[in-house]
Design a protein around this ligand. Structure first.
Ligand code: GLN
Length: 540
């Protein structure tokens, strides 16, 4: 039977509960346990697909086509496993399922209530995540005391009686703020948030305390005393130079050992963290540096392109180069021109996006990269704008002069197919989730992957119009990857360019720090080469 670790948060949001949960996942997996991680999100949306990146950051897409909370991205990157729709439970999902059951007559004669129906439904999902696993780590979104989180807290409280107290562990992530006026760290918010947990019957065994400064022993003892945990169960979580250092820091403080003790589990082995140490060492002291322009329209939100920026960092670590990201608003390019905004970078990346705002700026970025032989990587919308740009300026296709790729898609080169039967049973109107793609031998994509058939995740409505393929190819654009079943072009390249690629899918979702994505490695590799060539030119 699986054991369960619940990660809750107090005082403020954005404390890094997700990173804490994911780091614990790494440590337990490296010890030889079969681990699953789930996120319990108290919001009413059924999934994150309908949420604006401005508010909630990126939507992370899983292999099975679920549009999930970005924390699932952290989980996948850390524990190096593909997760599914079941790993993200939301209030919306829980209520729709309970209401469906009620309509079906499953509770006939009974009054359907938050306790036990909603709380049972939550527990069923947590238990399901434990099938064929040793440990389930469940992170509860929001902070303790939030009205919408209450059913989740009640459900995890009940889990202790349901599966046995020795099979559950509660870990609370809190903030220990620095008060400048008093010139000291303050433990009272932590005490209050633990009191709030205790009020609802949850006794946390481990405290993870986020703090800007070291927590002295006296502070630690005080929190231990008031929060009823042992002093060594007060873990200090300082700001780190990279999130990938968190598993190492938590391991140093024996976080995983504390969890195992709370769960009465014996570890099969000590974790070997050499690969993570290497990632951190390289990240902190790289030999080179490249600057990459990320041309988007949600650039003000630091998490809107989270998986993309992480994938760039992973590739930088692989090439031993710091990746400096220049966030560029595509509308800025429209206003000031591509050269003014983009000059000096060694790579241009246009990520996915929706809506027509900023499209012209992205097209201009693709053109600037093509004409100036700057490495270009277009992801989904970034591929579509690259194709429109090429059709417009190289092929002179009259139909390609519209910027309205989305919505309404009046550019016929990228179109909405009449019969989008490839948008299978996965629901909605988008092509979502993993689809196979056959690579064309001799292309840069085939060389980067070193494979003939790959599988990547999608999230889009529009496709490259096959009627225009011949014209594009005649003028020098290569189709490097195809979804055979529906004969859809998935990758475009320019062979006479150092590195120019657009992909209809989202490779960023599969990149991991210890397994960087081949295409991101190819892109950053080309950027490194460009910066070396430039440096040589300047030197002599
Ligand atoms: N809006 C475009 C489409 O629906 C691109 C989507 C994306 O970049 N994820 O096809």
């Amino acid at each position: 039977m699986a054991k369960y670790v619940f990660v809750t948060g107090g005082v403020v949001s954005s404390l890094g509960k997700g990173i804490t949960a994911a780091s614990l996942g790494v440590l337990l997996k490296k010890r030889g346990f079969r681990v699953s991680i789930i996120k319990l999100d108290p919001y009413l949306n059924v999934d994150a697909g309908t949420m604006n990146p401005f508010q909630h950051g990126e939507v992370f897409v899983t292999d099975d086509g679920a549009e999930t909370d970005l924390d699932l991205g952290h989980y996948e990157r850390f524990i190096d496993e593909s997760l599914s729709a079941d790993n993200n439970v939301t209030t919306g999902k829980i209520y729709s399922s309970v209401i469906c059951k009620e309509r079906r007559g499953d509770y006939l004669g009974g009054t359907v209530q938050v306790i036990p129906h909603i709380t049972n439904e939550i527990q069923e999902r947590i238990l399901r995540a434990g099938e064929n696993r040793d440990v389930v780590i469940a992170e509860i979104g929001g902070t303790v005391g939030d009205i919408e989180g209450q059913p989740f807290f009640e459900a995890i409280r009940q889990m202790a009686t349901r599966v046995g107290r020795e099979n559950v562990a509660y870990c609370h992530v809190t903030l220990v703020p620095w008060l400048e006026a008093a010139r000291e760290l303050k433990t009272k918010p932590t005490q209050h948030s633990v009191q709030e947990l205790r009020r609802i019957g949850i006794l946390p065994q481990i405290l993870v305390c986020r703090s800007h400064y070291r927590i002295e022993d006296s502070m630690r003892d005080k929190m231990a005393l008031f929060c009823n945990v042992s002093p060594d169960a007060v873990i200090e979580a300082l700001d780190e130079p990279t999130i990938y250092k968190v598993p190492l820091s938590l391991f140093e403080q024996k976080f995983d050992t504390l969890v195992l003790k709370a769960l009465s589990l014996v570890s099969p082995r000590e974790p070997d963290l050499a690969d993570w140490q290497r990632v951190v060492d390289r990240f902190c002291a790289p030999s080179g540096e490249v600057e990459i322009a990320l041309v988007g329209k949600y650039t003000n939100h630091k998490d809107a392109y989270l998986s993309v920026t992480e994938a760039l960092y992973h590739a930088g670590i692989f090439h031993d180069a710091r990746v400096k990201i220049r966030s560029v608003e595509s509308e800025d390019i429209e206003e000031k021109g591509a050269k003014a905004v983009l000059s000096g970078v060694q790579g241009i990346l246009v990520p996915g996006g929706f809506g027509s705002r900023g499209i012209e700026g992205k097209i201009a970025a693709a053109r600037y990269a093509r004409e100036n032989k700057i490495p270009y990587f277009g992801l989904c919308l970034g591929m579509q704008v690259a194709v429109v740009e090429f059709a417009r300026h190289v092929c002179g296709l009259p139909g390609a002069n519209s910027s309205e790729i989305d919505p309404g898609c009046t550019s016929p080169v990228i179109h909405l197919m009449e019969d989008q039967t490839h948008i299978s049973d996965k629901g909605g109107t988008m092509r979502l989730g993993a689809y196979p793609c056959d690579l064309v031998p001799g292309t840069k994509a085939a060389a980067a992957y070193g494979e003939e058939r790959i599988c990547e995740r999608h999230r889009h409505r529009y496709e490259l119009n096959n009627d225009y393929l011949k014209r594009l190819e005649e003028k020098g654009m290569t189709i490097a990857g195809v979804y055979r079943e529906k004969n859809l072009a998935e990758i475009v390249e320019l062979p006479d360019h150092p590195w120019y690629m657009g992909v209809q899918f989202h490779p960023e979702f599969r990149s991991r720090p210890v397994k960087p994505h081949p295409l991101f490695c190819g892109f950053i590799g080309a950027a490194v080469k460009m910066s070396e060539t430039n440096a040589r030119r300047e030197n002599g």
